[in-house]
Design a binder for this molecule. Structure first.
Ligand SMILES: CC(C)(COP(=O)(O)OP(=O)(O)OC[C@H]1O[C@@H](n2cnc3c(N)ncnc32)[C@H](O)[C@@H]1OP(=O)(O)O)[C@@H](O)C(=O)NCCC(=O)NCCS
Length: 331
């Protein structure tokens, strides 16, 4: 059964901090090289937040841009759903910080944690309120400051990620526009392969957790890689087939940007050429919850999305979480 939600994206915007860290810069920090990073991941550079810039700041910039782009009065926002694994603090929720900074006086809001599937999950959750008719304008944000939890002594993880945020405005949709279907799933057995061990209630911060470098991303890259290749491809093919579409009906695939090889494997499975796939990992790396809105923003800016186009979003992230959203672009 398809999960139609009568909600559509009416604007999308993004923000990355100005400081760029190239592969060459990383060569000076860890034992790595530009050639390895480019051929194994597709990444050339990523943006890194300056000290003092947090997830809320990037989220606020992205939110302000989408409000400006859609000429929306912040006081008209009903709800803010913010996806992140790097909130400013445990509490208050980063959504609350953003609510105050953008002046969304009547909005309620909360954070949602689904790692790299965060934006797809947040979009689906936020859209439910629009589809139900109880909320008119919902702001969905994906924002992550991955540099704050990266171990710059671990070459296998620190080269992969960057900082960034994106935001989309959701409003009610007509019959053949907006979210046509979505499918999300979780495989909790993947929790052991991509996680940050300390800082939560299991291992609160202590001298020991710091000494053991437990406040950083830990990953078994090859395990995550294999899972992501299989699930991204399966999810993409499934959502198209289930809705009676073929690859030819799809205008653009906007996949999570974790590794160019994962993206290409997904693309091969669907049998589509590069013109139908949004890739920006070369410039941003993996910005976790930021990749999908930044991808949509880039697609709009590059003139690759028009009203009526069929767009497929697919994500895999820590958890494991898998997300897929099929939508008909509405502007
Ligand atoms: C991390 C990843 C790029 C590693 O690529 P890979 O082809 O699997 O490489 P391996 O992990 O097998 O490592 C191969 C070799 O490169 C080395 N290596 C790892 N990182 C390196 C780096 N930055 N520079 C140079 N060499 C590196 C390893 O130490 C290993 O050396 P060894 O063979 O002497 O032990 C890849 O597994 C990946 O992208 N995984 C998924 C990550 C991801 O998407 N995470 C987020 C999910 S949303």
């Amino acid at each position: 059964m398809s999960h139609r939600i009568a909600a559509k994206i009416t604007g999308v915007a993004g923000y990355v901090p100005p400081k760029v860290m190239t592969n060459g810069d990383l060569e000076k920090i860890v034992e790595t090289n530009d050639e390895w990073i480019r051929t194994r991941t597709g990444i050339r550079e990523r943006h890194i937040a300056e000290k003092g810039t947090a997830t809320s700041h990037m989220a606020t910039e992205a939110a302000k841009s989408v409000l400006a782009e859609t000429s929306t009065d912040p006081a008209d926002i009903d709800l803010i759903v913010l996806a992140s694994v790097t909130p400013d603090m445990f509490f208050p929720a980063t959504a609350c910080l953003v609510q105050e900074r953008i002046g969304a006086k009547k909005a309620w809001g909360f954070d949602l944690s689904a790692a790299c599937s965060g934006f797809a999950y947040a979009m689906t959750v936020g859209a439910q309120f629009v589809g139900a008719g109880t909320h008119k304008k919902v702001l969905v944000i994906g924002s992550d400051t991955m540099s704050s939890i990266l171990d710059y002594k671990d070459r296998a993880t620190c080269v992969l990620f960057g900082d960034g945020a994106g935001a989309a405005l959701l409003e009610s949709a007509g019959p053949n526009e907006g979210i046509l279907d979505f499918q999300h799933d979780v495989d909790g057995s993947g929790g052991a392969f991509l996680y940050m061990p300390a800082g939560g209630s299991l291992h609160p911060a202590s001298f020991e957790t710091i000494e053991k470098r437990m406040h950083y991303v830990h990953q078994e890259g090859s395990q995550v890689f294999k899972y992501a290749v299989r699930r991204m491809a399966d999810m993409a093919a499934h959502l198209l087939e289930k809705n009676g579409f073929t690859k030819d009906d799809m205008k653009l695939l906007v996949p999570h940007q974790a590794n160019l090889r994962i993206i290409r494997a997904t693309q091969e499975r669907l049998g589509v050429d590069d013109s139908k796939v949004l890739v920006n990992i070369d410039r941003y790396g993996n910005t976790t919850a930021g990749t999908i809105p930044l991808g949509l923003r880039d697609a709009v800016e590059q003139g690759r999305l028009h009203k009526g186009d069929l767009v497929l979003i697919v994500t895999v992230g820590a958890g494991y979480t898998t997300g897929g959203v099929l939508l008909r672009w509405a502007y």
